[in-house]
Design a protein around this ligand. Sequence first.
Ligand code: 5AD
Ligand code: SF4
Length: 450
Amino acid sequence: MKPHTTSPKTPRTYRVKSFGCQMNVYDGERMGELLAEKGIVPAPEGEEADLVVLNTCHIREKAAEKVYSDIGRLRREDGTSPLIAVAGCVAQAEGEEIMARAPAVSMVVGPQAYHRLPEMLDKAVKGERATDTDMPAIAKFDQLPKRKRRSPTAFLTVQEGCDKFCTYCVVPYTRGAEISRPYSDLIDEAHRLIEAGAREITLLGQNVNAWSGEDDKGRRLGLAGLIRALAKLDGMERIRYTTSHPNDMEDDLIAAHGEVAELMPYLHLPVQSGNNRVLKAMNRAHTAEGYLRLLERFREARPDIALSGDFIVGFPGETEAEFEDTLRLVDEVRYAAAFSFKYSPRPGTPAATMDNQIAKEVMDDRLQRLQARLNRDQLAFNQASVGKTCKVLVERKGKHEGQWLGKSPWLQSVWFDAPAAIGDMIEAELVEAGPNSIRGLVRERVASFG
Ligand code: 5AD
Ligand code: SF4
């Protein structure tokens, strides 16, 4: 077999494959914009790209193996590959090893360094391999091109990194310390997104509610202040934010849910476990009771708020009784949506070397039981929405001809059969609920995409 080599030449087309969280989706879009500045265009669907960026996720199992198999799959029959860049959190955590193990990779670039991708590319086309996993604080955002993406929904990274050091989590190591982007940059970027057609903006951060900044008059603001300012921008119709940590919830953010019409009635607030010993071992620094009290306050401010959470089953040492506390918490909250995972030991995190790692079969069983309840509650939440009339922002075509799909204020997928276009805001009656979507009947077309 011929050696696995790249064929250096200036790329004309690119493809960015983003895995994992929404932050990676945002970063992936920004990398695309950087490449577009160099005249490189997205590869047409189904065609091989000259440059492939694998924008990786390291949060759970088998992240690195997946990267190597993706690299293998890019190999052509003659042994060559397109230019390959590995970006994202696996690049940050295992960059050197990737360079050593995968000769087809010419660029390894961490999540805080991808603004340097164009320079790395100049080297790569000359056959030089480059790694950049520096964490130069905020520099990245200053050097990215202005946003041009045209879409009714958009992500806006407002905060990055995490100082919480939950004992299972790699994020503080791969994304670095908490930083907040400056207020004026965010207002600017939001303006541009709206000009490009965005009606809904989701503010992103690993700990988005730890965002802090100063407005143009020098007043200190938290996330609620930022949301209140963004809500006043002309054309801003919907604001969401994710992901939050229970310990950084300021009173004003809770109040904003009752006061800011543009702030959608949805809160993603991970709890991970319903047992206080496990929460302590996870270094979550809150209790199950504290979490429940917090949710109550959100419900008081906004009674129809849809709640969502993240859960980990089988954290080292978790007993059956401790797991049942998680089930009890779920029964009490009745989430509208949730994400649940089997604990995965991440190299370099404290929990990875704790005693009493839980057997896979036990984790499988617990995950199944937890998900059965979460699915039950998601369906119940959707069924309880039937009969309501609400606005739906149309995001894409549905599965069948003539069908469209959008989101309700509660982040439910709503589909309908009626003439529409991407970016339309429809007034729909919710008529039939499934576990993952709801059928709507269009009552009125409120506005269309400008
Ligand atoms: N194992 C399993 N799930 C994890 N998460 C983070 N780290 C791990 C891990 N080591 C989950 C948490 C977090 C979500 C983004 O991923 O639930 O909230
Ligand atoms: Fe990871 Fe915990 Fe930080 Fe979330 S709060 S990113 S789970 S360390």
